[in-house]
Structures are given as C-alpha cells and as structure tokens.
Design a protein. Structure first.
Length: 315
C-alpha cells in the first residue's frame, strides 16, 4: 500500500502493535486478521489508495497532527446475529467507533486521537450533561446522520417496496427518557420532506417504541451478568404496529450511544420478541461506539459473526 510510515499494516492485535511500534502510529489489520467489535483497529484498508476510519472517529483522525492529504473514507464495523433462535430474528450490529475506558489496559484515557471519542462521550454525558444527543458535538451528530442516510440509501429497494418497511427507534434511558428523541424527530422531518413520497411512507421513526416497565438501577460499572439481571424485563415494546407488521417485512433500526456488553440490545430484542414474535422482522443495532474489552469477546447470549467493514456512502 502506498501510505507514509504513519500507517502500519499488521497481523498483531492492537495491544501488541502499540507495544511493538508505539502509540503515534495508525494501525491497519491485515486481511487475515479476524475482526471483533471489542477489539477494533485504528483504520481499515479499502483498496490500494483508500483508508477508512470508523465513522464516529473520522473527524478526530483527519484533524490529528501530522496527518497528510489522502483519500479517507468513513466506514463502520458490522456483525450478524448467528443464533437467531435466541434473538427471535435475523439481524446485526453496526459499530461506528471505539470507547476505551479510563482503566483500559493498553490505551490511555488521554490518547489522542485514538480515545478522543470516549472522552467526548463521557464528558458530554457526565461532566457537562447534555440530555439530548442533538445538542452533543456537531461532528458526532452529523456522523450518525451520515450513517443513517447511507444505510437507508443502500436499502432503497426495500423502502420502495410497499411490503417492506423500516422502523427507526432508540434505546430508552434508565429513567425512561430518550436522549435521541430530538435527533429522531429531526430525522423524521427530513425523511418526510423527501421528494420520494413512497420512500417516506415506508419509513417510520418512533421515539417511544420501547418503554420502561420499571425503574432501572445504576449498573454502569457492572459486568455482563449484573447488567442482564438489572435489565431483565425492564423494557416493553408498544404494539401499535401489530397490524402493520402482518404480511410485511420489517427492519427495525435501534440506536444507542455505547455498546458495552450488549445487555441493552438483548433486552430490546426480548421486548420485540414478546410483542411481535410471530411476525417477520429483522433488527439492526447501531452504536456510536463499542467499549473495547477483547477479554469479553463472546461472553454474551448472542453469538456475533460474519464481521465486515462497510464503507459509508457520501462525503
């Protein structure tokens, strides 16, 4: 590949690459490396002339000191559900960036630009809390909008089929509010203003598809088992689409900020299965970032496989 020495293509895990070559490089996995959502690299080779950065991190890397002019693309990690008997449906997760916690073993909290996204999310949610995602960093908001625009464009044939529908929603907060509410309303307005009325008619945006059955205790520092226990039975999905789901093919897009153990997504899937289990649908989970904890790969009820890096269309 024809990139300057700042980029290193490697078959090492990122932790080993950082130890071997230093933190100031940008690491790209060789084709032989199996991709995991909890152990993602800095960038990905699209072809001999193009490099892709994860969508939520794209702007951070482009602004980084020492970056040269090149052909850079936005990409995301996608991995399918393998055990659909448990999930109740086909589906996948889309990971748009990485989140390294302050106690991470090999990436420092202050690493720049590698951990800019985690610091931004943490600061926005904890230090200077912004209740609505639409008021978060404008580049991050725009990056999610770009992903959804690309995803919907790729599914235009589905959206133009009156027997196929798309529902876009998000995971509720632990207090029952929804931090993506105003973002989804903005998205709904743009879809409704689309020149193609059929496209708009086959896409639904619902900020209240999931509701809380009960309050959820704080478990932010809990492990997978503690999180699943805290969330068990916490959500229900409203049944307003029961008639719409009949004899239709539905794809449900569920948005959340950070994918840590997957417990929230599993509870969403349980809630949908409980209300719509006899009907046909697929689920696409979409996350601004995934917590990078390779020691916890495959410790969830859902088995994820067929990992891919997918380019986001548009600029």
């Amino acid at each position: 590949m024809n990139f300057e020495s700042k980029f290193i293509e490697t078959n090492l895990e990122l932790s080993s690459a950082l130890t071997s070559f230093g933190r100031d490089k940008i690491y790209i996995p060789e084709n032989s490396v199996r991709l995991e959502y909890q152990s993602l690299y800095d960038a990905y080779q699209i072809n001999s002339n193009e490099v892709g950065f994860l969508n939520s991190e794209y702007q951070n890397y482009l602004k980084a000191e020492g970056m040269f002019q090149g052909i850079y693309k936005r990409v995301y990690f996608n991995s399918q559900f393998i055990n659909s008997t448990y999930t109740g449906c086909k589906g996948a997760i889309a990971i748009l960036g990485r989140y390294y916690s302050s106690g991470h073993h090999y990436v420092l909290w202050e690493d720049t630009p590698r951990n800019n996204l985690a610091r931004l999310i943490y600061s926005t949610k904890e230090n200077t809390p912004q209740l609505q995602f639409l008021n978060w960093d404008s580049h991050l908001v725009k990056s999610l909008e770009k992903f959804l625009g690309s995803y919907l464009f790729r599914n235009q044939e589905l959206s133009n089929d009156d027997n196929s529908k798309i529902l876009i929603t998000s995971v509720p907060n632990s207090d029952g509010d929804n931090r993506f509410e105003t973002f989804l309303k903005m998205l709904s307005n743009k879809i409704n203003e689309s020149k193609t009325s059929r496209f708009a008619n086959n896409i639904f945006v619902d900020t209240s598809f999931f509701k809380l059955n009960r309050p959820i205790n704080d478990f932010r520092r809990g492990n997978y088992n503690q999180r699943t226990m805290a969330l068990e039975g916490a959500f229900y999905s409203n049944s307003r689409y029961l008639d719409e789901f009949k004899d239709k093919k539905w794809k449900i897009i569920i948005i959340d900020d950070v994918f840590t153990t997957g417990a929230h997504l599993e509870e969403c899937l349980r809630a949908i299965k409980s209300s719509y289990g006899n009907l046909k649908y697929e689920v696409q989970g979409v996350f601004l970032a995934a917590t990078q904890r390779p020691e916890f790969v495959d410790r969830t009820k859902i088995t994820y496989g067929i990992p891919k890096i997918i380019e986001i269309l548009g600029k």
